[in-house]
Design a protein around this ligand. Structure first.
Ligand code: LIP
Length: 264
């Protein structure tokens, strides 16, 4: 018998908070990178924060599988419950001293996300949701915006970290063309949580990973929004569209022709 979604949520929150506490206790190590790449940063605190979150998950349910960004290439045990961890979403922001980053922990049962926690400790924000409980931010209910015209919408996006000046920009340009204003903030999870909060209207990224969006995606859905994977590219990488629901079809229609020219 699997744990109930609200039980999984309680542990997801604890794990995300522990990861965030570890990072906050080491803010003086912002430049302690393992590798500074052309379009990404691999940070020692990513590894350590994932270890802090995983310790909580293992203590609760040793038999569950844990998929973490820092160990994504490792073989995953066969288990009905899979935890999905992004220890620092917005690592490049963190490395540069920008507080717009978060720690994400989601629980999936047979591939369906049933609990999610997004903890942004430098912003003082914790987002949470389960399939049996509402989307909350710091304990207060969330609701998506009612914006139904993209020309009045803020649409967030991001660039795939695989290479600089990537193919992502043609997708970002298209979103900018239909939006009131585009936004590129550097954390997919926080972008999606802003849509859930009604403070953004849509988010799209042509090459994003499951750990970036799983927890925030449930928060969005429980706040009345829609998360859709438009393409899957293997290796947990996908093109994902998150909206307030009212803008979903218009955003999807605007993006469709671009996919015919190949992935980001
Ligand atoms: C980041 C995402 C962001 C994307 C970056 C990167 P990370 O995740 O949150 O939306 O544009 O390329 O993938 O690497 O900081 O966990």
């Amino acid at each position: 018998m699997n744990p109930k979604p609200v039980q999984l949520l309680a542990v997801a929150l604890l794990a995300a908070r522990r990861a965030g506490e570890h990072v906050m206790a080491n803010l003086g190590r912002r430049d302690d990178a393992l590798r500074v790449e052309r379009a990404d940063v691999k940070h020692k605190l990513d590894v350590e924060a994932q270890e802090a979150a995983t310790a909580v998950l293992r203590a609760a349910w040793p038999g569950h599988a844990v998929l973490g960004e820092e160990t994504a290439d490792a073989p995953l045990p066969d288990a009905e419950v899979r935890w999905v961890v992004d220890p620092i979403d917005g690592t490049v922001n963190f490395f540069h001293g920008l507080p717009w980053w978060c720690c994400c922990v989601a629980a999936q049962i047979n591939g369906r996300t049933v609990a999610g926690a997004v903890c942004a400790p430098e912003l003082g924000l914790t987002f949470e949701a389960s399939s049996d409980s509402p989307a909350l931010c710091n304990g207060r209910p969330l609701r998506v915006s009612q914006t139904d015209d993209t020309r009045l919408a803020t649409i967030h996006s991001g660039a795939y970290k695989g290479e600089p000046g990537s193919q992502s920009f043609r997708f970002m340009q298209r979103m900018a063309e239909i939006a009131q204003r585009p936004r590129v903030m550097g954390s997919a999870a926080l972008d999606i949580c802003m849509v859930a909060s009604g403070k953004a209207d849509a988010y799209f990224e042509p090459g994003i990973y499951l750990w970036d969006i799983a927890a925030a995606g449930l928060v969005l859905e429980r706040a009345g929004g829609t998360l859709e994977v438009l393409r899957e590219f293997g290796g947990w990488r996908m093109a994902a569209l998150a909206t307030n629901g009212k803008l979903h079809a218009a955003c999807k229609d605007a993006l469709a022709p671009l996919f015919d020219r190949g992935p980001a």
